[in-house]
Write a protein that binds this ligand. Structure first.
Ligand code: NAD
Ligand code: FES
Length: 286
């Protein structure tokens, strides 16, 4: 069993938890994720390792209560335990040691981009971050992102904080500013956002990576559930990713596959709401 040692509300429906998992914490690297199960009959959900502490033996996860399982997870308190907590899974991210990176985080995608930005920062790179949410109340990890970024740009779809518009608006301004060299761009967020960023940066020939979060089951490359076409080859996000070259990802196929289980996810959530009078599905990594 894996004990929840800390729980914090980040925004309306986003929560942070620190979980005691010393063996995972000992090996965790930026870009990797865990798969947890709340109880014996629970769904397996992947979540990015947002932070890890080798001394304390803890792993930090951040999630948004969007489906049955994340709702159930959000209802747990400090002192409660999780049945399974498997990891670290996936490939660690490649870390260049110098240069200028632009990090684009959208919505809940700010949680998985944070450990990557922190790692870039610690490796000595100059990171310019752009984060966005639908509205100011949904913006998470602003202080944490500011602490590891040379510049932080904030956007909200409704204009309640920072730039009134999408993260891609700010990115376009930076791409057009020829006085500032950009060595790499990393984007993590909803699929439409990552697709837009990939299309924006391609004509400029700037290396761009995205962190994908398709539905996963085993997390070890056996079920095929998380497959994605990258550069015309089939890859498994859980073992080959989750970070991939954005210009090689087939976003069209990924979008179609992501919608395959929406009816089942809705059914599970409705049943859960009926049973406990609250709300809750598959969640997100990145
Ligand atoms: P959202 O729809 O509120 O979007 C967040 C921000 O992304 C927006 O404020 C905007 O700045 C940008 N954005 C969204 N659509 C865009 C577009 N078409 N063009 C340009 N910019 C755009 O996101 P949310 O509801 O907080 O996040 C939920 C989604 O994020 C889910 O689909 C979830 O699966 C995904 N997610 C992905 C990861 C990952 O690792 N890639 C991790 C967590 C969540
Ligand atoms: Fe089964 Fe990746 S989750 S192959």
């Amino acid at each position: 069993m894996f004990k929840i040692v800390k729980k914090r509300d980040l925004a309306d429906v986003s929560k942070l938890m620190e979980v005691e998992a010393p063996l995972v914490a000992r090996k965790a690297q930026p870009g990797q994720f865990i798969i947890l199960r709340i109880h014996e009959n629970g769904e397996r959900i992947p979540l990015t390792i947002a932070d890890s502490d080798k001394e304390k033996g803890t792993i930090t996860i951040i999630f948004q209560e969007v489906g049955k399982t994340t709702k159930e997870l959000g209802a747990l308190e400090e002192g409660d335990s999780l049945r399974d907590f498997v990891g670290p899974l996936g490939q660690a991210m490649e870390l260049p040691t110098s240069g200028r990176v632009i990090a684009v985080g959208g919505g809940v995608g700010i949680a998985p981009i944070y450990p990557k930005v922190k790692a870039f920062h610690q490796a000595g790179m100059e990171v310019i971050s752009i984060i966005g949410a639908r509205t100011a109340d949904l913006l998470i990890l602003e202080d944490e992102m500011r602490a590891v970024s040379k510049e932080l740009h904030i956007c909200t779809d409704d204009g309640t904080k920072g730039h009134h518009g999408f993260v891609s608006d700010i990115l376009q301004g930076m791409l057009d500013d020829k006085s500032q060299k950009i060595d790499e761009i990393i984007a993590v967020g909803p699929l439409p956002m990552m697709r837009v960023v990939a299309n924006q940066t391609k004509p400029y020939g700037i290396k761009t990576v995205v962190s994908l979060n398709p539905i996963m089951v085993d997390g070890t490359g056996m079920c095929g559930c998380c497959r994605v076409s990258v550069g015309g080859e089939t890859k498994f996000t859980c073992v080959d990713g989750p970070v991939f070259d954005a210009h090689q990802v087939d976003f069209e196929e990924l979008t179609r596959r992501g919608q395959m289980y929406l009816p089942e996810e809705k059914e599970a959530l409705d049943k859960y709401k009926e049973e406990c009078g609250c709300g809750g599905g598959n969640s997100e990594i990145g």
